[in-house]
Write a protein that binds this ligand. Structure first.
Ligand code: S3P
Length: 731
């Protein structure tokens, strides 16, 4: 390893790596010979010498220099490093660096991994360096889509050893975010000190300055060369955010000049609340608390109808699987249409914690630098999976087969859900998994070698099936899973897409694969989630005058039970523009109002509509006659007990129902209003939200924050479609 530039950052990298592994040989180059001598004397580096001589021997070269010096040195570095060496940098501005890199040979470009640790100090030079400078800090990597994934994994591992969490970002986003969060505050500190120092009474100002001045001006002690480099290199992003800031200052100046106390106080209290909340969310509390603390309520005024041409967010099941399979594939997986909901983001965070570099999601795009089937790293903390059963069950299968230990935790709802259904068959495969005494999470998984089994699932669960197939990728011999009824098959379709061969019998109820094959990265285009579309479909189906088109909805036959059930109830649904996108059938779905009638829901449709029953129960409440559902005991162990949660809310709204252990009978009739509880279940909240269209009075739904787990933007889209919905924060 060669570090070019042994200042605060370069010195701290050397110290941190030596502390993690004293046997790691480190060479350094710097024009400051005193720093080199001090570093050698303290055994922080093993060698110094000329750039050409040291670069020729290095596997990895870290440019720890100010941005403009980095830019200037890149051609020289490219000329003397080995062809297989990986080069990285630490500069706070990425576009200028990549502009310089991209002029060079493609082999060098592919092995250059731009990086930026979000750590530092106003002190500079080797003497200020510390082994723990990067502990518990973030580092941002901005690899390009053609950067070599192995080079990315190597740089990721380097920062993990230093105690960092590694994030991925597009370079433009990096430069814009850093302009606002780091560059602007430094500018303000320099500007304040400069302005005050040039006033006549500057001595007095500095002598009597209290803590506030010291706090605010600390950044003005930063290295002048480095910061002038940063401002010149990131000028357009900084000017953009500076203009907004200057406008704000003008506004403040006016208010102060006119002694407008109330607006000033309003502005200050909003800023204080914003800062307090952000400290609480990002620095003080655990993720779990942050999510549980924010609560919202839906208020739906009665009436309205649905119209428009809309698109719902990406499919949740496919989004999770794109991250999981992309992470363990060889190569770079590019995803479009990714669901930017909390559940899928928790899956992204889990793989980041296991050493996978992932850029995004941004505008539905995600880029995953695959580490290969054996490239995951041991997580340093328990993996927090929020509300997401899919993440927990699928990851349990994958992690049971790794060589390292891990622990999976979730929010209150997830911690109450049954996990023995995956732990049991995995234990038969040889996995070492501890659940709590009732078979729930936290799940403590010890790495193990697994053997394939032939497993007949007692319930039709795609999560259990997928969990076992993921474990089977690593198991010795064949792993086979039989399902009592066909359930969603995204894992099978996507594994084939990633080049992994698997076998389904004729009726597709027994799926098998053999461990040991590799996965090859692909591009994935995720269709809209039919489970999210279902709420708007039912909304249009129950409100007279409605006419709605939903574009680009996934209509995989293992997911389209909602269409079959609504059609059986008499709904007017037309599919058009049917096509296949990335191995998944997709269509535009048009729904026009037509009076619904109650039905007996066919049992074979249950797994094909397993997430849609809260919406279907609203359809049943608005239909003529009775609707009967039996054989659906699985609904009791979803994010909430969906039979009980829906029946309770429907009773409040005046709908007659009878519940069974495995189902419900609903008698259609006039819907009243009232206050109902979603029990923190996203789909219950959205179901009651659409009920407002046919209600005769206001509906208030409590505990709605978790709608963000699967359908970010639901409130806006529902309002756009015609639902009279408002969301209120509840403190
Ligand atoms: C899912 C499978 C279903 C479904 C869940 C997503 C998946 O769960 O309810 O929302 O992505 O595999 P079960 O497999 O437990 O029925």
């Amino acid at each position: 390893m060669l570090i070019v530039g042994l200042g605060l950052i370069g010195g701290s990298i050397a110290r941190g790596l030596k502390r993690a592994n004293p046997d790691q040989p480190i060479a350094a180059v710097d024009t400051d010979t005193e720093a080199l001598a001090e570093a050698s004397a303290q055994a922080v580096i093993d060698r110094s010498g000329t750039l050409a001589e040291l670069a020729a021997a290095a596997d990895i070269v870290i440019l720890a220099l100010p941005p403009m010096t980095t830019v200037a040195m890149i051609p020289e570095i490219a000329a003397c490093v080995r062809q297989d060496a990986v080069v990285t940098d630490v500069a706070s501005v990425k576009s200028a660096i990549l502009e310089s890199v991209n002029k060079l040979e493609p082999e060098f470009v592919a092995r250059f991994v731009p990086g930026h640790p979000i750590a530092g100090s106003e002190k500079s030079g080797f003497s200020a360096s510390r082994a723990d400078l990067f502990s518990d800090r973030n580092v941002i990597l901005t690899p390009q889509s053609d950067t070599n994934p192995e080079a990315v994994a190597l740089v990721n591992e380097l920062w993990r050893k230093l105690g960092c969490s590694v994030l991925g970002m597009n370079l433009d986003r990096h430069d814009a975010v850093l302009a606002a969060t780091s560059h602007l505050p430094h500018l303000l500190a320099y500007a304040l000190v400069d302005a005050l120092a040039k006033q006549e009474q500057s001595e007095d100002i500095f002598r009597y300055a209290a803590g506030g001045f010291a706090d605010f001006s600390r950044l003005a002690s930063s290295d002048a060369k480095m910061w002038s480099d940063i401002f010149v290199s990131n000028s357009s992003a900084i000017v953009h955010v500076l203009d907004t800031y200057i406008q704000n200052l003008h506004k403040l100046r006016e208010l102060i000049d006119h002694q407008e106390h109330a607006p000033l106080m309003k502005l200050f209290s909003e800023a204080k609340t914003a800062r307090d909340n952000f400290l609480k969310r990002y620095f003080e509390s655990s993720n779990a608390m942050a999510i549980e603390e924010r609560d919202t309520q839906f208020v739906i005024e009665p009436g309205g109808w649905i119209c428009g041409n809309l698109r719902v967010p990406g499919d949740k099941s496919i989004s999770h699987r794109s991250v999981i399979l992309g992470a363990i594939a060889n190569g770079v997986t590019r995803v479009r249409g990714f669901l930017e909901g909390e559940d899928a983001i928790n899956t992204v965070a889990a793989f980041r914690e296991m050493g996978v570099t992932i850029i995004g999601p941004e505008n539905g795009e995600l880029t995953i630098f695959g580490v290969g089937k054996h490239g995951l790293k041991a997580p340093r903390n328990p993996l927090y999976l929020g509300n997401s059963g899919t993440s927990m069950r699928l990851l349990t299968g994958l992690l049971a087969a790794q060589s390292f230990d891990s622990e999976l935790i979730g929010d209150e709802s997830l911690s109450a859900r049954p996990m023995q259904r995956v732990a049991g068959p995995l234990q038969e495969m040889g996995a070492a998994i501890d659940t709590d005494s009732e078979g729930r999470s936290p799940l403590r998984i010890r790495g193990a070698s697994l053997k394939g089994i032939d497993y007949a699932m007692p319930m039709a669960s795609a999560q259990v099936k997928s969990c076992l197939l993921l474990a089977g990728l690593y198991a010795e011999g064949e792993t086979a899973v039989s399902e009592p009824a066909v359930c969603r098959d995204h894992t099978e379709r996507m594994l084939s897409g990633f080049g992994y061969s698997l076998h389904s019998d004729d009726k597709r109820q027994r799926i098998s694969l053999t461990g040991g094959q590799m996965l090859t990265a692909i591009d994935i285009d995720i269709p809209g989630d039919i489970s999210s579309a279902a709420f708007l479909m039912v909304a249009a189906a129950i409100s007279p005058g409605s006419s709605l088109c939903l574009q680009h909805v996934g209509i995989n036959p293992t997911r389209s039970g909602i269409i079959n059930i609504l059609r059986a109830m008499g709904a007017d649904i037309e599919l058009s523009n049917e096509r296949e996108v990335g191995g998944e059938p997709v269509a535009d779905v048009a729904i026009h109002y037509r009076r619904l009638r109650g039905i007996v829901i066919p049992e074979d449709q249950i797994p094909l509509a397993i997430d849609e029953f809260p919406a279907i129960f609203i359809a049943a409440s608005c239909a003529e006659g009775e609707t009967l559902l039996r054989g659906a005991a699985e609904l009791r162990v979803k994010e909430s007990d969906r039979i009980d949660a829906m029946a309770t809310g429907l009773t409040t709204m005046g709908i007659e129902s009878e519940t069974f252990e495995d189902g419900i009978r609903i008698v259609g009739g006039p819907l009243g209003g009232g206050e109902v509880d979603s029990r923190g279940d996203h789909r219950i909240a959205m179901a009651f939200a659409i009920a407002g269209l046919q209600a005769t009075a206001t509906i208030t739904v409590n505990n709605c924050a978790n709608v963000a787990t699967s359908f970010p933007g639901f409130v806006d889209l529902a309002r756009q479609a015609g639902i009279r919905l408002t969301e209120r924060a509840v403190s």
